[in-house]
Design a protein around this ligand. Structure first.
Ligand SMILES: Nc1ncnc2c1ncn2[C@@H]1O[C@H](COP(=O)(O)OP(=O)(O)OP(=O)(O)O)[C@@H](O)[C@H]1O
Length: 252
């Protein structure tokens, strides 16, 4: 099941560039939350702070509190533990090119030392079914490389790979922006189904997409979170003039 995420006074830097400033929000469990805002406003940096990827950049650091359920991810857990609990899907599908579809999906499990063939087989089937890819690839699992799939299939395989380690949170950074409309709609259907089991945070430039998949939406601007509310409220009656200007296309 998903867990709620509580963010308190989160600040992040790249060198002296103060990229995120005093972010506070509560992301509810088992919902999809969309993050919108103009390019460079800090959306990706924010999600990278939620799985401690931000700190892998030597010039980057962050301060503040991020709690996943009861766990303070910067104080109570190692980055490796956190990345097992928090799956991430990126803008461009990033399969391991030399691995089969099967090995791509279980790569995280194998890295964690799982070798039991029956469990690996079951995980591959479960994850690919969750990612709505099973029917398309079930006869080629070990024959085809992950990289030989279409872009949309690769992205669903990467979602299966993220789900295979049984995370509680799924971070998606513009997961459909490199895909055609049919693949995009498959990913949106998936988000809709997966949110009953996982807490989903999705960065998107596509406001219709945010409106379709997410119950709540946060609007970022210049490293600050200007407004966070139900998606309906953000898109129909935002409190802040800057949110209104953005969603009506007056800037960004
Ligand atoms: N690896 C990095 N090194 C230095 N600065 C970075 C790095 N990544 C991002 N930044 C800076 O941090 C700020 C926020 O970038 P970020 O990628 O988080 O924004 P974004 O809202 O996700 O943008 P986009 O919608 O274009 O993906 C920008 O000023 C960017 O130049």
């Amino acid at each position: 099941m998903g867990v709620g995420i509580l963010v308190e006074d989160l600040n992040a830097w790249y060198g002296s560039n103060h990229t995120l400033q005093d972010i506070n929000l509560h992301i509810p469990a088992n919902h999809a939350t969309a993050l919108i805002g103009p390019s460079g406003c800090g959306k990706s940096t924010f999600v990278r702070c939620l799985n401690r990827m931000h700190e892998t950049n030597p010039i980057a650091h962050a301060t503040g509190v991020v709690k996943m359920g009861e766990v303070d991810i910067y104080r109570d857990a190692s980055p490796v533990e956190i990345r097992r609990r928090v799956g991430m899907v990126f803008q461009r599908p990033n399969p391991f090119p030399t691995m089969s579809i099967y090995d791509n999906v279980v790569s995280g499990l194998k890295l964690n030392g799982f070798r039991n063939r029956r469990i690996l087989d079951e995980t591959v089937e479960r994850s690919l079914k969750q990612a709505a890819l099973w029917e398309e690839v079930k006869d080629d699992l070990k024959k085809k490389s992950g990289a030989s799939l279409s872009g949309g299939q690769q992205q669903r395989m990467c979602i299966a790979r993220a789900l295979a380690v049984d995370p509680e949170v799924l971070l998606m950074d513009e997961p459909a922006s490199a895909l055609d409309p049919v693949s995009t709609s498959k990913i949106e259907d998936l988000i809709f189904q997966l949110k009953s089991q996982y807490t989903i945070v999705i960065v998107t430039h596509n406001m219709q997409q945010a409106a379709r998949v997410a119950e709540n939406t946060g609007f970022f601007l210049n490293g600050k979170m200007v407004e966070f509310d139900s998606t309906h409220k953000i898109f129909t009656n935002p409190r802040d003039k800057r949110t209104e200007d953005y969603i009506t296309g007056r800037f960004g």
